[in-house]
Design a protein around this ligand. Structure first.
Ligand code: 5GP
Length: 187
């Protein structure tokens, strides 16, 4: 069986990665499997352990780093996030195209380890719109909002490291473009 693709889907926090993903991941022809990350951040309202993330303690996360369990990991706005390696490998060997929704540091680590990875960066129509979307989530204190915005500015400078850049002006359209990119790479 042909090994599945490793797809890295990045974009600043608040750009709508999850929403765009929801619009294309149910397309069975794409044979996608979402890689659930491990994180030390608190669950947001409605987030479930083992669905959006595996929510773990800092001690458990450090243990995962020491045991080499993570394909990549990073610290983002005071919390750790990482991709469990074994799960990704298992799914790819089953022919699934594995989607990692991760930030830019993690994407750089993946690029080194898996140079053939298909990397896609989702950009907002403008930074003003991004700020509006982050604030619209209304779940975080101002200090965190500011940190996310400043991180977003830095992330936007790295888009040329990605194979594809897609604008999320319209969710359905962005999902269609990402679908076309994945389909083209499956051939
Ligand atoms: P959030 O707290 O908004 O869920 O995630 C913050 C950022 O961390 C987002 O850009 C998200 O894509 C990224 N992220 C989520 N999981 C991982 C991971 O396993 N590794 C890395 N490097 N980034 C991740």
């Amino acid at each position: 069986m042909k090994k599945g693709l490793l797809i890295v889907f990045s974009g600043p926090s608040g750009v709508g990665k999850g929403t765009v993903r929801a619009a294309f991941e149910k397309n069975e022809a794409l044979k996608l499997a979402y890689s659930i990350s491990m994180t030390t951040r608190e669950p947001r309202q409605g987030e479930r352990d083992g669905v959006e993330y595996f929510f773990v303690t800092k001690e458990r996360f450090k243990e995962a780093i020491e045991n080499g369990e993570l394909l990549e990991w990073t610290e983002f706005v005071g919390n750790y996030y990482g991709t469990p390696a074994a799960y990704v490998e298992k799914l790819r060997n089953e022919g699934k195209n594995v989607l990692l929704e991760i930030e830019v540091d993690g994407a750089a680590q993946i690029r080194k380890k898996v140079p053939e990875a298909l990397t896609i960066f989702l950009i907002p129509p403008s930074m003003e719109e991004l700020e509006r979307r982050i604030r619209g989530r209304r779940s975080e204190p101002e200090e965190i909002v500011q940190q996310r915005l400043s991180k977003a500015e830095k992330e936007m400078k790295l888009i040329s490291d990605y194979k594809y850049v897609v604008c999320n002006d319209n969710v359905a359209l962005a999902a269609k473009i990402v679908t076309a990119i994945i389909e083209a790479h499956m051939e």
